[in-house]
Design a protein around this ligand. Structure first.
Ligand code: GLN
Length: 536
């Protein structure tokens, strides 16, 4: 049986619970343990697939095609381990399953109740990870203790801990210890109250991880220990880091958190230094220089809308030994004046839905092509690059994607990007989303192949529209290289320009698979090309 490690959050949200959980995951893997991570999300959406980036940040897609919470991105970046459908449980999906079972008559006439039906469903879903035989299952509960939505999840994990027994379960509570500037005092009361709330439900935290902006004195730690009923050496300080969020595994390891967890679970494994992470932080702390990458998006003001893209760019920078300065450019501004891109060393167009900013993105792709600025197009970014090329190089002025026909109130004259069904002229036009891992075969003599160093690759997808195969010949004739093709369904996966320093676009989302200690090859080569430009 696996050991169950639960991570809850207290006082306020935005403490970086996902990053802390992912860092704990990294520490346990480093100790030679086989782990699985999962996130419990108490909101009522079945998945975050339809939520606006304003609400939720990016939607993270797994290999098996689940649209999930962005914390799973942290898990993968820190642990290097893929997540799956099983790694994200929302309240919406829990209720959905229970109600479907009820309609099917699976409960044999019983009254369906929060306890045991909803709590059992949550426990069953968590425990289904036992099939994969992990040593430890790490469960992060979204939200803050005290949220109404989170209650049933707390109840479920309390029951689960009781069932598996004390030696096999452990609770880490991530909390906030504020410093009140006017009084020049650190305050432990919010944490005391948050732990009291947990205890009311029957959960006794074994470890407190205290997020703070200042150093905590021994007297604060003693107080937290006494009032929260947590052993002194299990009160851990996680102060804001100066350099990078990737320092957190080192911070928690220095505080001995992996040792505490192993002791508690009575697991004996030798300790090992986090060598690659130490080297990573060294690189981050002493960059050779700065490279400016313009990200031309629609949600430039949001921190989390392009989370994995920003992280993958930083990772590309680590590989080059450069700091990446991300310049968030609003696509709509480019429409008026693309020359703002003169100040950047590389242009990236991320994925997107909806027509706002579309013409600005198309203009940005054109500007990068014509001015030899390294370019990476992601999903909608590829579609923009193809539309631009069709319009301005192939002379197909009416080229567009059919995605916005309805909104624009006209039928695209040259649908260079459209739904699969539209290419095949069939009656049924559903437009199902291509989700999850898809294979791609690369052209050997290409920048994409140079980056990956292998012919067959697999990346994750989340889109409906494709390059229209009926226009392939015209595009290729004018010099667009279709460097990646999907061998299963014969659609374009990657494009590039041979007579350009570095102009590559992909229909997939490679950013989802980049890790700080193992940067994604496309991001690595893109940033390297930008560094070359920066250095002149
Ligand atoms: N909206 C486009 C499509 O559905 C692109 C999606 C994306 O960039 N993820 O094909």
């Amino acid at each position: 049986m696996a050991k169950y490690l639960f991570i809850t959050g207290g006082v306020v949200s935005s403490l970086g619970k996902g990053i802390t959980a992912a860092s704990v995951g990294r520490l346990l893997i480093n100790r030679g343990l086989n782990i699985r991570m999962l996130k419990l999300d108490p909101y009522l959406n079945v998945d975050p697939g339809t939520m606006s980036p304003y609400q939720h940040g990016e939607v993270y897609v797994t290999d098996d095609g689940a649209e999930t919470d962005l914390d799973l991105g942290h898990y993968e970046r820190y642990t290097g381990q893929p997540t799956s459908q099983k790694s994200n449980i929302t309240a919406g999906s829990v209720y959905w399953n229970v109600l479907q079972k009820e309609r099917r008559g699976d409960y044999l006439g019983a009254t369906i109740q929060m306890i045991p039906h909803i709590s059992n469903e949550i426990k069953d879903r968590i425990q289904s990870l036992e099939d994969e035989n992990p040593d430890v299952i790490l469960i992060e509960l979204g939200g803050t203790v005290g949220d109404i939505e989170g209650l049933i999840f707390l109840e479920a994990i309390r029951q689960l801990a009781l069932e598996v027994g004390r030696d096999n379960s452990m609770f880490i509570h991530l909390t906030y210890v504020p410093f009140i500037a006017a009084a020049k005092e650190v305050k432990t009361k919010p944490t005391q109250q948050s732990v009291a709330k947990l205890r009311e439900i029957g959960i006794m935290p074994d470890v407190l991880v205290c997020r703070t902006e200042v150093d905590l004195e021994q007297e604060h730690l003693d107080k937290l220990s006494l009032f929260c009923n947590v052993q002194k050496d299990c009160v851990i300080v996680e102060k804001d880091v100066e350099t990078s969020i990737y320092e957190i595994p080192l911070v928690l390891s220095q505080a001995g958190l992996d040792e505490i967890i192993l002791n508690r679970f009575r697991i004996v494994k030798p300790s090992k230094p986090l060598t690659d992470w130490e080297a990573l932080i060294e690189t981050i702390k002493s960059p050779k220089g700065t490279v400016r990458i313009g990200v031309v998006g629609k949600y430039s003001e949001l921190q989390d809308a392009y989370k994995s893209i920003y992280e993958a760019l930083y990772h590309g920078g680590y590989a080059a030994g450069y700091e990446v300065d991300i310049v968030k450019v609003a696509a709509e501004d480019i429409e008026k004046d693309p020359s703002i891109l003169d100040t950047v060393d590389g242009v990236l167009i991320p994925g997107g839905f909806g027509s706002r900013g579309m013409e600005g993105k198309i203009r940005a792709a054109q500007y990068a092509r014509e001015n030899n600025i390294p370019f990476l197009g992601i999903c909608l970014g590829l579609q923009c690059a193809v539309i631009e090329f069709a319009r301005n190089v192939c002379g197909l002025t009416g080229a567009h994607t059919t995605e916005f026909d309805e909104e624009r109130g006209e039928k695209t004259e040259h649908p260079v990007v459209c739904l699969m069904e539209e290419q095949m002229d069939v009656e049924e036009k559903g437009g199902t989303m291509r989700l999850g891992a898809c294979p791609c075969i690369l052209e050997e003599n290409s920048k994409a192949f140079d980056a990956y160093g292998t012919k067959k690759v697999s990346e994750r997808h989340r889109h409906r529209y494709e390059v229209n195969n009926n226009y392939r010949e015209q595009l290729e004739e004018k010099g667009l290289v279709l460097s990646g093709i999907n061998p299963d369904i014969g659609v374009v996966e990657m494009i590039e320009l041979p007579d350009h320093p570095w102009f590559v676009a992909t229909q997939a989302h490679p950013e989802l698979k980049s890790q700080p200690v193992n940067p994604h090859p496309l991001f690595k080569d893109f940033v390297a090309a930008a560094v070359k430009k920066a250095e002149g």
